[in-house]
Design a protein around this ligand. Structure first.
Ligand code: 13P
Ligand code: SF4
Length: 328
């Protein structure tokens, strides 16, 4: 079996997709043949979002992965998201089209450093943002996402110390809203902290009628200016329910695909990033590693697959379950 896998791996690494095929059609056909489901985060490319079975934010994706009954989950997102799906579905084959699709937040918290940090506060409850490795999840009491971080922290008795990791910006936001003092790990999302305040200020001057909405991974100085702060799903819901018809959207630009579909008559302006890139907006390089070609190959070769040891998966599941129970 291992031998076959190794051959498949060599094939996977060296082969490009067949020429002249309609990739979307081929992926959809193979998905049915293999009883697979495609889950995608809002930050992946439009072509992948357009053929995914489910597109959502981190919480909705974790909940969706738990509900599915397919033989294969292809996770078009980043590594920690595919790991989360595997933690919740140990008997399902979970594929990530590019194993290098990481996350700066997950990378900021190596296991040994985190254990040393945690040992300084032996009585603290550990709340970890879902953007962390399975090893960090296994060291945590609760997982949270940007959708439920405030509720999770509020559910913990007031006399308990809380370690919040790894996103210090989300942590500071939660601290401000809940009034709880949190022990913060020093991690950040390279995409959200790279939104340019100078360019944003200029944009706001040019569009004084636009509502600034932001993801809580942004820097505090940006969040202080925002009229609405929420997860990607919350931002999407907000543009629908708000009476405003113009928004500056301070998060990864992939969300604009679903936003445009849901409010075609409203004006949506992506918040500008420091460096000029293809769209001059905030783009996650890891999320953009997912391509139709890699998705095709992942389904074809059933690789690369996420593997976890039970030693890590079981305690990580406990922390995830604690979150899912509080977020029904
Ligand atoms: P949400 O999906 O919770 O909005 O988080 C955004 C993000 O950065 C995912 O990596
Ligand atoms: Fe990680 Fe930020 Fe990319 Fe989300 S947008 S995957 S938090 S680097």
């Amino acid at each position: 079996m291992l031998f076959e896998n190794e051959i498949a791996k060599v094939g996977y690494l060296s082969r490009s997709v067949p020429e002249g095929i309609d990739l979307k059609e081929a992926i959809l056909k193979m998905k049915v043949e293999k009883n697979a489901v495609i889950l995608a985060h809002y930050y992946v490319s439009e072509d992948i979002q357009s053929i995914a079975d489910f597109v959502g934010d981190s919480l909705a994706l974790a909940q969706a992965s738990k509900k599915q009954s397919s033989d294969i989950i292809v996770f078009c997102g980043v590594h920690f998201m595919a790991e989360t799906a595997k933690i919740l579905n140990p008997n399902t084959k979970v594929l990530l089209p590019d194993l290098n699709a990481g996350c700066s937040l997950a990378d900021s918290a190596p296991e040994a450093d985190f254990i040393a940090f945690k040992n300084q506060y032996p009585d603290a409850i550990v709340v970890s943002y879902i953007n962390c490795s399975s090893e960090i999840k296994a060291q945590s009491d609760y997982i949270c996402t940007s959708s439920n971080a405030i509720d999770i922290v509020n559910s913990i008795p007031k006399d308990k110390q809380i370690i919040f990791a790894p996103d210090k910006n989300l942590g500071m936001f939660v601290q401000k809203v809940t009034g709880r003092k949190l022990i913060l790990w020093d991690g950040a999302c390279i995409v959200h902290v790279n939104i340019s305040m100078d360019k944003l200020n200029a944009l706001q001057l040019a569009h004084p009628d636009a509502e600034l909405i932001a993801h809580p991974e942004c820097l505090p100085e940006l969040l202080n200016k925002a009229s609405f702060i929420g997860s990607t799903s919350a931002l999407l819901n907000h543009v629908q329910s708000s009476t405003s018809d113009k928004f500056i959207v301070a998060t990864e630009a992939g969300i604009l695909y679903k936003m445009k579909q849901s409010v075609p008559n409203k004006r949506l302006i992506p918040a500008p990033a420091n460096e000029q890139n293809t769209c001059a907006c905030a783009e996650c390089p890891y999320m953009k590693m997912n391509t139709l070609e890699k998705l095709y190959n992942a389904l074809y070769y059933e690789l690369p697959e996420i593997h976890l040891t039970e030693k890590v998966r079981v305690p990580a599941y406990k922390a995830l379950k604690a979150m899912l129970e509080l977020s029904k």
